[in-house]
Design a protein around this ligand. Structure first.
Ligand SMILES: *Cc1c(COP(=O)(O)O)cnc(C)c1O
Length: 389
């Protein structure tokens, strides 16, 4: 392991967590498609580490070890989906009569589980603008047991200063969880910035090929890992070995894909800025990005996510999305295929309009996830659709 620590990110991405199969020499960790594990004897129960695949599975362990090698921390856990990772983490760290603070701009599902499900068990939730750490500080109550931020946030790309919020969290003994899905550990490592837990939808950049849905968390402390693992086992939210296998292959090229997709995103953002039918473009790599200094300080890259506001509001936006050909109108992001989403009618449809507008998710917001295609082709498609308005 100590040798592993000295290796560079791209080497760990390819090799960490996996060694040739001891029986056959297979270079890839097999898909251990099994429910249970035969124990040698009652006295040797759990000697090989596994009892039942809801609790643990060797293919999933290989992926967890690789993610730990990339994010850092005491260990990682994988889940059936990103939302399973989020739900288990919130449930492990809160309870009836407890209070949780969330970024006002978060993944739609995170907002949904806390305000439509966990509230029924008496969880109090505050959604605050975490881009100012002072707002987090003043939202803390006696019963606050969780601070949950997302940076960059879906879909507005608002950033939270992870180090500053972690300092506030630590001073109050409250765990800070960061949803790091948009940048991956290649571009941003929340645990190194002082967060207790970092979380992913592995569906996005980690697996990256629109093949599988999955989630992960990595925790700085063993204690949090154990609490979350307990809930994962109770709820039955473990990742399947098949998905772990796909993700182990996808993650090998994560950094290479991110570099290429981010370069595409920048070219696309620069093009959109010049088009008369575009009112506003938002990308952390542009000088016009409102939190450019923070974007450059806490991350080493800007990612493949960007958004723009099309001139003419909802109707123009709808027409634009229906006219695009190469870009797929689809939820999801971070895949090699370029995707376009209308957040208001798709990912954030459940969010009350007032709250949504206050969070900056306007009616005309078109979210783009730049893929791995040639930038010139992606730009040509956007141009024909924008010209047609
Ligand atoms: C997609 C996503 C999730 C949820 O992940 P699923 O795998 O879809 O359940 C959580 N957070 C962010 C930022 C996401 O983009």
């Amino acid at each position: 392991m100590s040798d592993n620590d000295k290796q560079h990110f791209k080497t760990r991405e390819v090799h960490a967590g996996v060694s040739p199969d001891p029986v056959t020499g297979a270079i890839l960790t097999p898909i251990y498609q099994t429910t249970t594990y035969v124990q040698e004897s009652v006295d040797q129960y759990l000697e090989k580490g596994y009892s039942y695949s809801r609790s643990g599975n060797p293919t999933v362990t290989a992926l967890e070890d690789r993610i730990t090698a990339l994010e850092g921390g005491a260990g990682s856990l994988c889940f059936a989906t990103g939302m399973a990772a989020t739900s288990c983490t919130i449930m492990a760290l809160t309870g009836t009569g407890k209070h949780a603070i969330f970024s006002d701009v978060v993944y739609g599902g995170t907002h949904r589980i806390s305000t439509k499900v966990l509230n029924r068990w008496g969880l109090e939730c505050s959604f605050v603008d975490t881009s100012d750490p002072e707002n987090v500080k003043s939202a803390i109550r006696e019963n606050t047991t969780l601070i949950f931020t997302e940076s960059p946030a879906n879909p507005t790309l608002k950033l939270t200063d992870i180090a500053a919020v972690s300092e506030v969290a630590q001073a109050n003994g409250i765990p800070h969880v960061v949803d790091n899905t948009f940048l991956t550990p290649y571009f941003q490592r929340p645990l190194e910035l002082g967060a207790e837990i970092t979380l992913h939808s592995t569906t996005k950049f980690m697996e990256g090929h629109n093949v599988s849905v999955g989630g992960s968390i990595s925790a700085a402390k063993k204690e949090h890992l154990e609490q979350i693992m307990f809930v994962r086992n109770c709820l039955g939210s473990n990742m399947t070995p098949m998905v772990a296998f796909y993700t182990l292959q996808g993650i090998k090229t994560m950094s290479t894909r991110l570099e290429a997709q981010s370069a595409n995103a920048l070219k696309i953002a620069q093009f959109l800025q010049t088009h008369p039918n575009v009112d506003r473009v938002c990308y952390p790599g542009l000088e016009s990005f409102p939190q450019k200094e923070l974007a450059d300080r806490q991350a080493t890259g800007h990612g493949s996510m960007l958004w723009f506001e099309v001139h003419g509001g909802v109707e123009a936006g709808k027409k634009l999305m229906d006219t695009l050909q190469l870009w797929s109108l689809a939820e999801n992001l971070g895949s090699v295929e370029s995707l376009v989403t209308h957040s208001v009618t798709m990912t954030h449809a459940d969010m009350p309009k007032e709250e949504r507008l206050a969070a900056g998710i306007t009616d005309g917001l078109v979210r783009l996830s730049a893929g791995l295609e040639t930038a010139e082709d992606l730009i040509a498609d956007l141009k024909q659709a924008l010209d047609a308005l």
